[in-house]
Design a protein around this ligand. Sequence first.
Ligand SMILES: Nc1ncnc2c1ncn2[C@@H]1O[C@H](COP(=O)(O)OP(=O)(O)OP(=O)(O)O)[C@@H](O)[C@H]1O
Ligand SMILES: [Mg+2]
Length: 553
Amino acid sequence: MTTAVSAVQSQTPARFAPPPTRRLSRETGVRGLLLFSTVLSVVGALLGVGAWLLLARVIGGLAFGQTAGQASGQPLAAWWLPVTAGLLLLRAGLNALREAGNARRSAQIVGDLRQRASFKLLALGPSALSDLGEARSSVGLLESLPKLSAYYARWLPQASHSAAGLLVAGAALWWLDWRSALIVSLTVPLCLLFLVLVGWAAQDASTQAWTATTRLGARLSGSLRALPTLRAFGAEAAQAQALAGEAETHRAATLKVLRAAFLSGFVLDFAATMSVALIAVTIGVRLFEGGWTFTPALAALLIVPEVFAPLRQLGTDRHASLDAEAPAAELYALLDTPEVESGAAKVDGLPALTLRGVGLSLAGRPVLSGVNLSLPAGGRAALVGESGGGKTSLLRGLHKDLTLVGSVKVNGVALAELDTAAWQAHCAVVSQRPRFLAGTVLENLNAKPERVQTVLNLVGLTASPHTRITEDGHPLSGGERARLALARAALSDADLILLDEPTAHLDPLSEREVLGQLDVLFAGKTLLLVTHRHVPDGFAVYRVAGGRLEQQS
Ligand SMILES: Nc1ncnc2c1ncn2[C@@H]1O[C@H](COP(=O)(O)OP(=O)(O)OP(=O)(O)O)[C@@H](O)[C@H]1O
Ligand SMILES: [Mg+2]
């Protein structure tokens, strides 16, 4: 699958490609959010315009006995002032309600996306999770999703809020004074153009900052993990220097984002202030020359900021939307990752495998082709051969973590037709780098203590069952981790055992001892073993070479 970093990098030159946030705007629940937000925005804008018209009439009436607009009407007395204040208060209340509603709906949409991402991660399985790479762990991906909240709670509703303000206040302006409305209709597109131009600069800065954050995180966690090795080779200083370099790149990238944010705020403020000033000057000149009366002029002046205030806020919220782009790109890269085909068929009895003309490609590169292999129920086979030849990948394919092409049958049923979860319950995998649950050895084995002890003796693990281990098996040695992984496979209910170099970390003598116990450990089960070294007796041997698999004995 596309890793997080490559997903981010691939979007850098794609300025004119649809941003991943466009897909965010098509998610379920967005329509409801926009409808709710727009209705409240329109009502709020009407209340605001109404309040300013009233205020202008009250002030005009008090000062000159005039009414606002061309419509006839009586000047209003000072006691209308509390009504004006009431309208403004009502509008503030509606705004608060709108924001609270948007936050709630946004949390719901992001929660749904998070759930879909979690289910997808589960469906893809541990193998695809390891493909996510160190740069972005699955946890990191899920943790970055709250960044999408700002897109839903702020940017999208603010865009509709600006449009509502523009339409309602613009219509009132046309009614009051077409000249001011004309200036607004010329300057608003200019503001939007600035918003887009600065947005492009900010988008590049934001993408760079995200890449820098991801790389810094990956290098930090990688360095911490490799610290004992780095220390053993005296390479801590060089690594610390490299880390400082990444931190500096990260600092510079973050500052660039801040600069873009300030620039965008400044440009929009400047454009909006200039437009209001231009309108104020033309109104002032007309008032001075006696071409217009005070009340409509005041009403127009009060209403003009109603157009620009939401636009300024939109400029600020544009950054919220930019922050969402990188997590959105990763999210959709994950959601678009094809899953291995799953059917509904179940396996009956001990699995027997028949592979005919099977092939396997990784990242578009053919790794294996024309593979023929027969493993009868309860049989034993070993895969040997060159490193990088595709042995591990073939095991992953048989476990349905990768898609194999050609004919793979389990007890006569095509592998693709098997229910993936049910099939994987039949398989126990001992991988080259086994992973555990953080807890005791006993908790990892999940079986009765008496059985555990027998199996631990068979695999030769002398550590106490109460030893606490981490997810990667610390403090057990490499060989002990492999023995524990073997014990776990032996204690599981699985009946197809896929062993990927389980004895790679053992000395030759211990290797022979452990391999000698495989028959007892996995008695009555089908066994496929990958090994570079000793092949125990009774195993059919298949050699991987040059992208093919040949039976040797
Ligand atoms: N997820 C992946 N994406 C792209 N290429 C991959 C992926 N996994 C493995 N490969 C490539 O496929 C080839 C086969 O890898 P694989 O791990 O199956 O080899 P192997 O026979 O198990 O090697 P070894 O004996 O060293 O464990 C390698 O060239 C590897 O780089
Ligand atoms: Mg391998």
